[in-house]
Design a protein around this ligand. Structure first.
Ligand code: ZN
Ligand code: ZN
Length: 185
């Protein structure tokens, strides 16, 4: 009887001791759950963010039509150009980035143009021949020119930094780099 009582007491003591241990474990598990929920939320936010992000991913491959026109004259299509955002001399921009520096928001018109030996900024265009056209300078007819970027017929605020994204429709994007008189649109 005495032994049984002792066992009983020991059980109670163990029970008393176990209780705080369990609650500590509970706290640890609880905080792990909180951290896990936090991590999942953060991942969800990141995923939502990546869905909303602009530009191609590494490994994507899609095309856009392009044309460069200066003072009403079409510049001949660029030959094969370098980089992941390039042309095959076919009047198309091939957008298939091979690394992050030319993917996402780095997949810009400026990057494409650089690969052709051209340069484009928000206000000037330099062709591979070295011919330079800057907003405010006149065309041969004396009319003041302006650098414009049209995408599917819509003038873009961002020229050099315009990011080449995949078309949502079956029709690929139609990109025009124009240096033309200011009032002509
Ligand atoms: Zn291609
Ligand atoms: Zn290619």
């Amino acid at each position: 009887m005495v032994i049984l009582r002792r066992e009983g007491r020991e059980d109670r003591r163990r029970g008393e001791r176990r209780a705080p241990k369990l609650s500590r474990r509970g706290l640890i598990i609880g905080s792990i759950v909180v951290v896990a929920i936090g991590a999942v939320s953060a991942m969800l936010i990141l995923f939502t963010g990546s869905d909303a992000k602009i530009g191609p991913n590494v490994g994507d491959h899609f095309h856009a039509k392009y044309a460069v026109r200066v003072c009403g004259e079409k510049i001949i299509d660029f030959p094969y150009s370098s980089g992941g955002i390039h042309t095959h001399g076919d009047g198309l921009i091939h957008i298939h980035p091979t690394h992050v520096r030319e993917a996402g928001s780095n997949a810009t018109i400026a990057r494409f143009m650089a690969g052709t030996g051209s340069q484009i900024t928000e206000n000037f265009l330099i062709l591979p021949t070295g011919e330079r056209y800057e907003t405010g300078q006149p065309c041969p007819d004396g009319k003041i020119g302006q650098l414009l970027l049209m995408v599917d017929g819509v003038s873009q605020d961002n020229i050099a930094g315009y990011v080449l994204s995949e078309s949502d429709t079956e029709q690929i994007h139609d990109i025009e780099i124009l240096f033309q008189q200011v009032d002509e649109e």
